[in-house]
Ligand binder design. Structure first.
Ligand code: IPE
Ligand code: IPE
Ligand code: MG
Length: 239
């Protein structure tokens, strides 16, 4: 197991599909909301270890556009949990020099939660250590559609000529335009799918899927995933 300073290649950007809160709770005879609450501690630990190892960007899939299909009570408890988490943890983010960002169709988020999100983003905006990006009401397809609309608008205004449209330019019209693509994509709870997460950006990400449920995924598990990443040979189509 590496400790800071060991020579492993640390990914610049890690993206995580945090899955399995509900199943974790069910197996323990608890409510789904208890699973989400337990998952918040995993978030804390992952932020901490990313900071220690020098990861620059951590994107967490916290709520998908598809998750609006869940029962109203579960959505409400998730939004309340998010709001409370942001409120409680913002001082700690500042202590750790973590800058908070968010991607997704944020205007769909309930006003009270959204206000806290904006407050936390604002209060951590001067930090220059790890950038923690929460994907909220996020969908990869929706992001691509929003990107196309943004490009069309610029074409209509005469700022972009269609000959200029290439992958680099397109990337600059996505929610993630300020961040590099993820190097490592992790999914917990064993599901082998991407569930509409960062579809454009993960084209060359290394994937690690673990059977552990998100509330069980802690510091050492993230370290282990980074070691696994470190062993991979990234070829990008070359030999
Ligand atoms: C992940 O856990 C959290 C969110 C998607 C918000 P789930 O709630 O999907 O838990 P499972 O997959 O039902 O176990
Ligand atoms: C993916 O988990 C979305 C988040 C982690 C926020 P889901 O539980 O919603 O995904 P599916 O339904 O198993 O594909
Ligand atoms: Mg799930």
């Amino acid at each position: 197991m590496p400790t800071p300073g060991d020579s492993i290649s640390v990914p610049k950007h890690i993206a995580i599909i945090m899955d399995g809160n509900g199943r974790w709770a069910k197996e323990r005879g608890l409510k789904r909301s208890d699973g989400h609450r337990a998952g918040a501690e995993s978030v804390r630990e992952c932020v901490e270890i990313c900071k220690e190892l020098g990861v620059e960007f951590l994107t967490l899939y916290a709520f998908s556009v598809e998750n609006w299909k869940r029962p109203k009570t579960e959505i409400a408890s998730l939004m309340t949990l998010l709001e409370r988490f942001l409120k409680d943890k913002t001082p700690e983010l500042n202590e750790k020099d973590v800058r908070l960002q968010a991607i997704g169709r944020l205007n769909d988020i309930p006003p009270k939660t959204l206000r806290q999100l904006h407050r936390s983003i604002e209060e951590t905006s001067d930090n220059s250590g790890l950038t923690l990006i929460l994907a909220l009401s996020y969908g990869g397809r929706e992001e691509i559609i929003d990107g196309i609309k943004s490009i069309l608008h610029h074409v209509e205004e005469g700022h972009i000529d269609r000959a200029m449209i290439d992958p680099d330019l397109f990337s600059k019209h996505l929610y993630t335009r300020y961040y590099p693509d993820p190097d490592l994509l992790i999914r917990t709870s064993g599901e082998m799918r991407v569930s509409n997460f960062l579809l454009w950006q993960i084209s060359y990400a290394e994937m690690v899927v673990t059977k552990k449920y998100w509330p069980e995924f802690r510091k050492d598990d993230l370290r282990e995933a980074i070691v696994e990443y470190s062993r991979r040979q990234r070829r990008y189509g070359a030999i």
